[in-house]
Write a protein that binds this ligand. Structure first.
Ligand SMILES: Nc1nc2c(c(=O)[nH]1)N[C@H]1C(S)=C(S)[C@@H](COP(=O)(O)O)O[C@H]1N2
Ligand SMILES: [Mo]
Length: 380
C-alpha cells in the first residue's frame, strides 16, 4: 500500500491563509506588542533604575495607567498571537530552504526564536497575573531578557517580510467564493477579522476591570477585583504569609539620620498628619485608588536633620523576602504626597495592609509600597 503524500503548503487552500490576513492580524499584534514592550520597560526601570535615568514621582497615577496597559496589551496579545499563528501555520509544510541559501535559513531560524520566545513571554506573564510562579528562575529578569530577544527577532521578521507587508498593507480583493475549492472554509476574511477582533476585545473587557473599577462588574477573567479586600483594597501578601503578627507595647518606629528619632505608635499619631489620594498599582495588573493618612516622609527627614536630596532605605518588620526593604529615591522621598501611612480609607491600617505603618508614594509599583515598616535609614 502506498502512503499518502505528506501535506505541502498547497494542501491548505483556504483564503484565510493569505498574506493579507497575516498582515492585518500582524498589525494588531504589533500594536499590542509595542504597547506591552514600552510599558514593560517603564515598569522594569521603576524597579531597577539605571543611574542615568531620572524616574519622576509625577504624574501620581502614571504607573497605574502604564501597568494597567501592560497587562491589558499582554493579555489581548494572546488571542491575537493564536490567530496569527493559525493564519500562517501552512508555512510549516513549506519546503525547507536548502542549507546553501543562508538568508532564508536564517529567516526561518528567526521565526522559530520569535514564536517560541513570544509564546513563553505571554505565558509566564499571564501566570504572573495569577500570582503563580511554577518555575525556578526569577520572573522579572527573565521576562525582561525575553522581551529584548522578541524585539530583535521581530525586527528581523519585519525586515524580511517588508515587501510582502507592503503588498498587502491595503485591502486586496477577496477571492470570489466560486473560484475556491469546495472543501475550503465558509468564513470570509472579513468574518475572520471580526471574530479575532471580537475575541481580543472580549478578553480585554473582561480583564481590564482589575485596574479600571468601572469595568469591575464584568471582569470575569481578572484574577482580582479592585475593591474586594479589607478596607476596600485587595491584599497581595498577607501579614500571615509575611510572618508579621502585629506589635507589642515596646514597639518603636525609628529614623536613622543625622539625629536618631524614635517614636511609639501614639507619638507617630501625634505628629502632623497629612492625606494623600493614591492608588496601589500592583505589577500583576490590579490597581485601586485609596485615601491614605499619615506622616509625610519629607517631614520626618526634616526632623532628623537629613540633607536635601536624601534617599531613604525603608525597612519592614517582615523577615527576608524580596520586599522586606526598599529604597525611596530622592524625588519620591521629597514628594509631599509620599507618606508613612497610618490610616487607610478612614480607619486604622488593617494588619494585612501594613499596620502599624507603611509607605505610600505616587507613581510607584505596588511592590515598592512597603508594608509593616518600622525603620527608615537616611542615605545622604
Ligand atoms: N513588606 C512587604 N511589603 C509589601 C509586600 C510584601 O510582600 N512585603 N507586597 C507588596 C505588593 S506586591 C503590593 S501590590 C502591595 C499591596 O498592598 P496591599 O496588600 O495593602 O494592597 O504591597 C507591597 N508591600
Ligand atoms: Mo504587587
Amino acid at each position: 500500500m502506498k502512503l499518502p503524500a505528506p501535506p505541502t503548503e498547497k494542501s491548505f487552500p483556504s483564503p484565510l491563509h493569505h498574506p493579507r490576513v497575516a498582515t492585518v492580524i500582524g498589525r494588531w499584534l504589533g500594536i499590542a506588542v509595542a504597547v506591552c514592550f514600552l510599558t514593560g520597560l517603564y515598569s522594569h526601570f521603576q524597579q531597577d533604575t539605571p543611574t542615568w535615568l531620572p524616574v519622576p514621582s509625577r504624574p501620581a497615577g502614571l504607573y497605574r495607567v502604564s501597568q494597567g496597559l501592560h497587562v491589558l496589551s499582554g493579555t489581548v496579545a494572546i488571542p491575537l498571537l493564536l490567530a496569527k499563528l493559525w493564519t500562517v501555520y501552512p508555512k510549516l509544510f513549506a519546503k525547507l530552504p536548502s542549507p546553501k541559501d543562508l538568508a532564508p535559513l536564517l529567516e526561518r531560524a528567526s521565526i522559530l526564536v520569535l514564536v517560541s520566545t513570544m509564546a513563553l513571554e505571554l505565558f509566564i506573564g499571564f501566570l504572573n497575573t495569577l500570582q503563580w510562579y511554577p518555575w525556578p528562575f526569577p520572573f522579572r529578569q527573565t521576562h525582561y531578557a525575553l522581551a529584548w530577544i522578541i524585539v530583535g527577532a521581530l525586527l528581523v521578521h519585519l525586515a524580511v517580510k517588508l515587501p510582502l507587508i507592503r503588498e498587502n498593507w491595503r485591502r486586496t480583493p477577496e477571492l470570489a467564493p466560486e473560484s475556491l475549492p469546495p472543501a475550503t472554509t465558509g468564513l470570509t476574511r472579513r468574518g475572520l477579522f471580526r471574530t479575532v477582533a471580537g475575541a481580543a476585545t472580549l478578553v480585554g473587557i473582561t480583564s481590564v476591570g482589575q485596574s479600571a473599577p468601572a469595568l469591575g462588574p464584568v471582569a470575569v477573567l481578572a484574577p482580582r477585583k479592585p475593591n474586594v479586600g479589607p478596607q476596600g483594597l485587595p491584599v497581595n501578601r498577607t501579614a500571615e504569609a509575611a510572618g508579621v503578627t502585629g506589635i507589642g507595647p515596646d514597639w518603636r518606629f525609628t529614623v536613622e539620620g543625622l539625629r536618631q528619632l524614635s517614636y511609639t505608635i501614639d507619638e507617630l499619631r501625634a505628629l502632623p498628619q497629612n492625606g494623600s489620594d493614591l492608588p496601589i498599582a500592583c505589577v500583576e495588573g490590579w490597581s485601586q485608588g485609596a485615601r491614605w493618612e499619615g506622616v509625610r516622609i519629607r517631614d520626618l527627614l526634616e526632623l532628623c536633620g537629613a540633607p536635601p536630596k536624601s534617599r531613604v532605605r525603608v525597612v519592614s518588620m517582615e523577615k527576608g523576602g524580596f520586599y522586606a526593604t526598599t529604597e525611596l529615591p530622592e524625588e519620591f522621598a521629597a514628594d509631599p504626597l509620599t507618606l508613612l501611612a497610618l490610616r487607610l480609607n478612614g480607619g486604622e491600617l488593617a494588619l494585612d495592609h501594613g499596620f502599624p505603618a507603611r509607605i505610600i508614594a505616587p507613581n510607584r509599583p505596588g511592590v515598592l509600597q512597603t508594608k509593616w515598616v518600622h525603620r527608615l535609614e537616611v542615605i545622604a
